[in-house]
Design a protein around this ligand. Structure first.
Ligand SMILES: Cc1cc2nc3c(=O)[nH]c(=O)nc-3n(C[C@H](O)[C@H](O)[C@H](O)COP(=O)(O)O)c2cc1C
Length: 260
């Protein structure tokens, strides 16, 4: 990291604002590097018509109450009906999961949606499903309508930030203060869970214990990493996580005004 020429800490780009900037890259004073300070041409223009920000916010915003209710009512559910859910409903959830921000608009996130019964069982095994069954929580990872498996490629981000408008830094020289691929796949995961609830379904989240096995079962390209398994379906009565006894961190501890 570091390097001749421009101090990268002052770099600004459309998707990540002011410093700190990932990756800390070796910016040179070549014409290509100069382009770093300018918004990548056409990046946003391709996606949305040219409207003022105020127009866009007014037209697309749902009522705050509706959104608050969705967020406050969502919870991790761990028991589902296995009855299938219409493909269009699952596809709508997936389409919403795609529509999230990503650093540099890299879009290194992918979703694998598993509905096949046997495949769901194979996937659930990689999350140690028997552990939950032994706790009388049931086979909640496999017995569902569908599993949404968010996957992400670090390599996509590194290749994107090796492009001219991001400084042309060779992949091997990039130093990311915050690995944005993990942030972006978290956003995808959250939207999938909220979209499932919004569709009148519910969702859980299980961490894969055997990632190589999960990758093999899904036939993932090597550079993609599955971060979780999100079972989705109509809810059945379930066992709540003992972790919930911890309660919420007080809001005053969570949110700090102006400084810590
Ligand atoms: C990254 C992540 C990993 C999780 N892994 C598991 C898991 O492996 N098994 C499980 O039962 N719940 C898992 N959860 C669910 C959490 O236990 C749950 O979100 C938390 O207890 C708060 O409950 P709530 O989602 O109902 O608000 C995970 C959640 C997240 C965000």
């Amino acid at each position: 990291m570091g390097g001749p020429g421009v101090g990268v800490g002052l770099m600004r780009s459309v998707d990540s604002g002011v410093m700190p900037q990932p990756p800390r890259i070796a910016v040179t004073t070549t014409p290509a590097a100069t382009a770093v300070s300018a918004p990548p041409s056409g990046e946003r223009g391709i996606m949305v018509p040219q409207t003022s920000r105020a127009d866009h916010v007014c037209k697309s915003r749902r009522s705050p109450m509706e959104f608050s209710e969705l967020v406050m009512k969502r919870r991790t559910v761990r028991r589902f009906e296995e009855a299938p859910v219409e493909r269009e409903v699952l596809e709508k959830i997936a389409r919403l999961g795609q529509h999230v921000p990503s650093a540099g608009f890299s879009q290194g996130q992918r979703l694998v949606i598993v509905t096949d019964r046997d495949q769901r069982r194979r996937v659930a095994e990689t999350c140690g499903e028997s552990f939950y069954a032994d706790l009388d929580m049931g086979n909640w990872i496999s017995e569902c309508a569908a599993q949404f498996i968010p996957c992400v490629s670090e390599a996509v981000y590194r290749r994107r930030y090796a492009e001219a408008d991001k400084g042309s830094t060779p992949v091997a020289e990039q130093d990311w203060p915050t690995p944005y691929w993990w942030i972006d796949i978290g956003k995808t995961s959250m939207v999938v869970m909220l979209a499932a609830h919004d569709a009148g379904l519910t969702a859980g989240f299980a961490g894969p214990q055997d990632v190589p096995a999960l990758k093999a079962i899904l036939g993932l390209p090597d550079e993609f990493h599955p971060v979780g398994v999100i079972p989705v379906g109509r809810p059945l009565p379930d066992v709540r996580s003992p972790s919930l006894k911890r309660g919420w961190v007080p809001f005053e501890e969570f949110a700090r005004w102006d400084r810590w």
